[in-house]
Design a protein around this ligand. Structure first.
Ligand SMILES: [Zn+2]
Length: 250
């Protein structure tokens, strides 16, 4: 049996507490700075006008939008061909390494720009609501351990923004994460799939029988995480599933 040195184990516990406290402080600091210095662009740093939020109009205008939603839907749906029967796939931005969208996602996830996540969630919701009648918005859940460390789930924040403009309820009780997912940064595509294959399950499945649900995540790259969610949801009778992410690599 593997014996863990109690001292070493204690250090890990202390380190975890440190990370939780550090992240909570970051959220508080970010919120406090937003109160006292609310008006600067998160990308270029210029002062914002009263009608601007988070980004100046120039930076907001320059973002790589995926405008043609019908065409875009086709190419994004192709990501899931032969993998899962997704109804529609929506995304607001084209995600590429080193582009401003990567900066935005980084600010949301690692600099606790929670209000900005909701702001872009609203933009994503606005682009979808004219096309789809949806019954529930389901954010891709984070593992509780990760949620404790980060202090928030970025997908839930995006979903909350969408809820406001689409007038469709966010439900966090249906899609659940059941197993810790190791870091995805150094593994191959196959490893990634193996990592995520069995980490989601559907609770209260009666609620979504015959319904159309929208799975929400921050970014769509290989699609492995979302595919794992889709596979579980599509086992529910008559459940139709669409996907929306803030950004997608197309
Ligand atoms: Zn700017």
């Amino acid at each position: 049996m593997l014996k863990i040195n109690p001292k070493f184990n204690g250090n890990i516990v202390r380190l975890n507490y440190y990370i939780v406290i550090k992240n909570q402080l970051q959220i508080i600091t970010s919120a406090t700075l937003d109160i006292f210095y609310p008006n600067h662009c998160e990308i270029c740093g210029v002062d914002l006008n009263l009608n601007e939020n988070h980004l100046c109009l120039s930076c907001l205008y320059d973002l790589p939008y995926l405008y043609n939603i019908k065409e875009q839907q086709k190419s994004l749906n192709q990501l899931f061909w032969g993998r899962a029967d997704v109804a529609n796939t929506y995304s607001l931005f084209n995600y590429q390494k080193g582009n401003q969208v990567q900066d935005i996602l980084h600010l949301i996830k690692y600099k606790s720009k929670t209000k900005m996540a909701e702001f872009f969630g609203e933009k994503l919701g606005e682009s979808i609501q004219k096309y789809e009648p949806i019954d529930y918005i389901l954010p891709v859940p984070l593992h509780p351990k990760k949620l404790r460390k980060r202090g928030f789930n970025q997908s839930t924040l995006i979903a909350k923004g969408m809820e406001r403009v689409m007038n469709v309820k966010v439900n966090e009780k249906i899609l659940k994460r059941v197993q810790h997912n190791p870091s995805q940064t150094t593994v191959t595509k196959y490893d990634r799939w193996e990592n995520v294959r069995s980490i989601f399950e559907v609770r209260k499945s009666k609620k979504i029988e015959g319904k159309h649900v929208l799975v929400v995540d921050d970014v769509l790259t290989t699609g492995a995480t979302i595919e794992a969610c889709l596979k579980q949801l599509l086992q529910v009778d008559g459940c139709k599933v669409s996907v929306a992410t803030l950004a997608a690599r197309v």
